[in-house]
Structures are given as C-alpha cells and as structure tokens.
Design a binder for this molecule. Structure first.
Ligand code: AMP
Ligand code: ZN
Ligand code: FE
Ligand code: FE
Length: 276
C-alpha cells in the first residue's frame, strides 16, 4: 500500500514522525510520504523510523501558494530535502505563518476568545523548523475553553468565512512549483476537489505542475473520475493519499487513518518517472 499525504507534529499533525511511521507500518503501508505544511522538519526522524520498519519514505512537503485570494496547496515529492534555496523559501513561508497567527490572535481577543499566542509560538520555535497554522490556533482555542474541537474552531472562528479569518500572504503557484522543481522534485496539486477551481488547473500545468492529487479522502468517486480524466487530458501524473492529521475523522466526517486512501503502484511509478 502507498500513501503519499500524511502530516506530523512538524506542522499540524498530532503524531510525531516516528509514531506516524510506526502506525503506517502496522497499517500495512510499504511506501509513504510525510507532507507537512511548508516544512521538511519531520523528515529526518521519519526517515530513521521508516528504515527501522522496512518501508520506503518518499521525501515530501505540502507547500502553500495563493491564487486570486484562494489558498492553493502544492505537494512536492522526491526533492533534495537539504536544498539551501528551498529551505530559504520555506523559512519565508514559516515567518509569514507566524505573522498571520499573531494577527489571528489579535482578532480572537476582540472576539473575547483570547488565546496564549506566545505559548503557542514558544512550542513551535523558529529554530525547530516546525510550522504553525490555524489548526494549532484551534488547539489553543480548545485548551482555553473557547471551542469544542478543531472543526468547531474552524466553523465558528477560523474558517475562511469566519470572524477571526485573516487573509494569507504567499507566493503564486508558479513560484512554488518552481521552488520544488529547482530542488529536483515533482509538484502535485493537492486535493483539487477542496480547491474548487478546476478552470485554473490548465494554467498550473503550463507553469510546470507535474501531477494532481486524484486520490484524496475528501474526493467523491465522481470527483476522482473527473480528476483522473483531467490528468490524462493535461498529461499530468496522479498522486494520492489520506491527508491524515492524527484525527479519526476528516473535515468531512469520513474515517481517516494512514492507508485509508492509497495510490496504486502504477500511478506511483508514473509519478516517480516525472522526476527531472
Ligand atoms: P493554515 O495553513 O494555517 O491556513 O491552516 C489550514 C489547514 O487547516 C489545512 O491544511 C487543514 O489541515 C486544516 N483545516 C482547514 N479547514 C479545516 C476544518 N474545517 N477543520 C479542521 N481543520 C481544517
Ligand atoms: Zn494540515
Ligand atoms: Fe492541504
Ligand atoms: Fe495536507
């Protein structure tokens, strides 16, 4: 089994990399990728654990871009995780994330839902390479008694149409795709079904995107069939994975676990063949 979309405590996952890899191994995965938001900080520990469990770890990442005010998640695979230019790019992304979380905290205060933002940031020190984001703000809201769980925090406060939402500053899709390609990687558009901007995908393909994430827990069978056809039309490879964050339930309420969404061996081989 192959699962190329998993998160750890290096970003907003709940399991540390070694625990995630152990869980993935016991779930029967043979190939996995750790794809944290705008950081490769989890990869060293994950690689060590993967070696111990006899499974293949593909170096991965989920980077954030913005297109017309919308967040676009770009997965990167097979790149050199020690690439200095990529690391600089990622550092800038993480600095912007910290700024945004501070602004969200200010809004929360005016909404009488104050969180201890300094404690949150101290728990994810810049030097660790870990990235912050709204799910960690959601956890702080739960800890402060202002929300029941992450989903509740997003629904009432942090989501895109909610009162504490702060727009993001991030590079465009072409810049993110280029950063991945320059580090020797393959870029795939994450969960296009959640993005809801199919008309933008041909443009991304023209910018050097190599694949789209056809298989994802929040895609219906109809979505999946549509994106597989689109991939064929645009000559893009196909990626897929569970997007597991350590929760039992996905955003849509479906069960999530490592390997709950898998990528076929043929799709994986075709994806790997896109390496520059
Ligand atoms: P950020 O990168 O700070 O904008 O946070 C976005 C992340 O929050 C996404 O990558 C998801 O992992 C998570 N997320 C988005 N919407 C929800 C939701 N409704 N409930 C729980 N987590 C969510
Ligand atoms: Zn996430
Ligand atoms: Fe995502
Ligand atoms: Fe993800």
């Amino acid at each position: 089994m192959i699962d190329l979309h998993l998160h750890t405590t290096a970003s907003d996952g709940r399991l540390r990399p070694s625990s995630l890899v152990a869980l993935a191994a016991h779930a029967g995965l043979r190939v996995m990728s750790v794809t944290d938001h705008d950081t490769v900080a989890g990869l060293v520990e994950a690689r060590e654990a993967a070696l111990a469990h006899g499974l293949r770890l593909v170096d991965g990442i989920e980077m954030t871009a913005v297109d017309s005010g919308r967040d676009v998640h770009i997965l990167g695979y097979f790149f050199d995780a020690t690439d200095a230019d990529l690391e600089r790019f990622l550092q800038a992304q993480r600095v912007a994330r910290i700024e945004r979380v501070r602004e969200i905290a200010v809004r929360l205060q005016t909404l009488n839902c104050a969180i201890d933002v300094e404690a949150l940031l101290a728990a994810t020190p810049t030097a660790s390479g870990r990235s912050v984001g709204r799910p960690l703000v959601a956890d702080a809201l739960v800890a402060a008694g202002h929300a029941a769980d992450r989903r509740d925090a997003f629904d009432r406060l942090l989501g895109n149409d909610a009162p504490a939402f702060v727009p993001r500053c991030a590079p465009d899709v072409a810049s993110v795709v280029e950063a991945i390609a320059r580090a020797g990687g393959v870029a795939s558009l994450a969960h296009p079904g959640l993005l809801g901007a199919d008309d933008r995908i041909p443009g991304y393909a023209a910018s050097g995107l190599s694949a789209i994430e056809v298989r994802h827990r929040d895609h219906s069978p109809v979505d999946e069939a549509r994106y597989r056809r689109l991939a064929a039309t645009l000559d893009l490879a196909v990626s897929g994975g569970s997007d597991f964050h350590g929760e039992h339930e996905s955003r849509g309420g479906t069960v999530s676990a490592p390997g709950s969404v898998t990528l076929g061996a043929e799709d994986f081989a075709a994806l790997e063949a896109r390496r520059p």
